[in-house]
Design a binder for this molecule. Structure first.
Ligand code: ARG
Length: 462
């Protein structure tokens, strides 16, 4: 029964077809170092419970260290006959320390509590990696915001010109959701870090006097899980991680979509850096925003991973079911996807060159200062309902003449309303409009500067 963790009660070995279906080493091998760390900790717990002699324990640690070394060197491989990472590592450990000592390690643990623990360890590490990659993107956005403080662009709703805003304000509006994603990963970590499932056994706990708290601390957890059935059967920690990964993908995709639009001939708001854009095999002139398109596409894949996983978990009875083996590939894929996507995306954002002149020219166009007329009238004592009508009449007049609002003559304004004195011109520039929106969170330069500072502090503290 080479590489098998079971077999005593079976008269015949598994069929090759079953083996092929059951095997998971091609994806769970990436957990090998976590499995080895779990085994070190478990050996200590066995030693502390008097179930291993001191020499046996030393021998196990030596064998495990050797496996870890070989894994790091790339020479440790599972064989065709290994079912999963746990079985493969036990076989390899037995090769090293012999069946007498090696055969003692499995007492009081099950692959069910092992895998639930190792997967947490793996995701805890990658949550940190992803968190810092998201922070790199936040910092790239903050740097671009800082470098363009004062530049004005058309702010949009429904993709139509709405009101002028600062480019920095807009860029920071992409950074804040990403900061919340970093916060989501931190929340997730707080829930996971205190619940090491080791000691849950197959489902009912263990009878050998092992200390799950010792194992938990050895593995970097702050405590062990309260309920052994929950410890082996629940995967909400996986689904939550996959959701946060998908949310990061979605947040990135929204910025990606804008980069794609901005780099079109029609918008012409940005130029992509040569090192962060791609060419065409047939059209020599092309410079394509492939990074952003891949970001947009990969968001769909990240959403698929979390939906698929939830479908797997739905209505699963307690406790462990083999269905749960299907929890790994989607989430490994989410991890791999973000870890390859985020550095490229950040590079593209950090090197974007903004055509601020064009943005400034377009900012007041499309009657985007109409609200400013209405609000100016309100400050002059006109009820907003009437002010809205009067500003609308200004738009109609300007549209009829094919000009922007600031081209209306004093006479045209006066003909619309006696309230519309030439003083209204003070708000008929994009600059005046932006400066006037100085409430908290608004687009006035001092407010945007203020929130840039808040964001940078939040990113530093994260
Ligand atoms: N490879 C399994 C998983 O990923 C762990 C093994 C548990 N297998 C079992 N037959 N109880 O969930």
């Amino acid at each position: 029964n080479e590489g098998k963790l079971w077999g005593g009660r079976f008269a015949s070995g598994p069929s090759p077809e079953l083996d092929a279906l059951s095997r998971s080493t091609h994806f769970d091998w990436r957990l090998a170092l976590y499995d080895i760390a779990g085994s070190h900790a478990h050996a200590k717990a066995l030693g502390a419970a008097g179930l291993l002699t001191a020499t046996d324990e030393v021998e196990l640690h030596r064998g495990l260290d050797l496996l870890a070394q070989r894994f790091t060197d790339g020479t440790l491989r599972p064989s065709e006959s290994d079912e999963d990472v746990h079985g493969a590592l036990e076989r390899l450990l037995l090769d090293e320390v012999g069946p007498e000592v090696g055969g003692r390690l499995r007492a009081g643990r099950s692959r069910n509590d092992q895998i639930a623990t190792l997967f947490r360890c793996y995701l805890l590490d990658h949550a940190d990696t992803i968190s810092s990659l998201v922070l790199d993107l936040v910092n790239a956005l903050a740097q671009q915001a800082d470098a363009h403080m004062g530049a004005i662009m058309p702010g949009r709703t429904h993709l139509q010109h709405a009101q002028p805003v600062l480019l920095s304000h807009h860029l920071l509006a992409h950074a804040w959701p990403l900061m919340r994603d970093v916060g989501r990963l931190a929340d997730w970590r707080r829930r996971v870090i205190g619940s090491s499932p080791y000691g849950s056994g197959a489902l009912a706990g263990q009878s050998l006097g092992l200390d799950p708290e010792l194992v938990a601390r050895e593995l970097g957890f702050t405590g062990s899980i309260e309920n052994s059935i929950d410890g082996t059967a629940s995967r909400d920690f996986v689904a939550e991680f996959a959701y946060v990964a998908a949310q990061i993908g979605v947040d990135v995709s929204r910025l990606a979509e804008e980069v794609i639009l901005w780099s079109t001939r029609e918008f012409d708001f940005v130029t992509l850096h040569d090192s962060w854009s791609t060419g065409s095999s047939i059209m020599p002139q092309k410079k394509n925003p492939d990074i952003s398109e891949l970001a947009r596409g990969k968001a769909g894949r990240l959403i698929g991973n979390v939906s698929g996983l939830l479908a797997t978990l739905k209505a699963l009875p307690l406790a462990y079911n083999r269905d749960l083996q299907e929890d790994k590939e989607p989430v490994f894929d989410s991890v791999d996807t973000l870890e390859v996507l985020l550095p490229a995306f950040t590079g593209q954002i950090a090197t974007l060159v903004f055509n601020t002149e064009r943005m400034a020219v377009l900012a007041p166009q499309g009657f985007s200062l109409a609200t400013d007329i209405a609000e100016w009238l309100v400050r002059e004592g006109v009820p907003f309902r009437e002010a809205h009508e009067l500003a609308g009449a200004c738009v109609r007049a300007a549209e009829g003449r094919g000009v922007e609002l600031d081209a209306l003559t004093d006479g045209e304004f006066a003909a619309i309303s006696a309230h519309l004195t030439p003083d209204v011109r003070a708000v008929l520039t994009a600059d005046g409009s932006v400066r006037s929106r100085n409430g908290r969170g608004g687009t006035a330069p001092e407010r945007v500067q203020e929130q840039l500072g808040q964001l940078q502090r939040a990113a530093e503290e994260a």
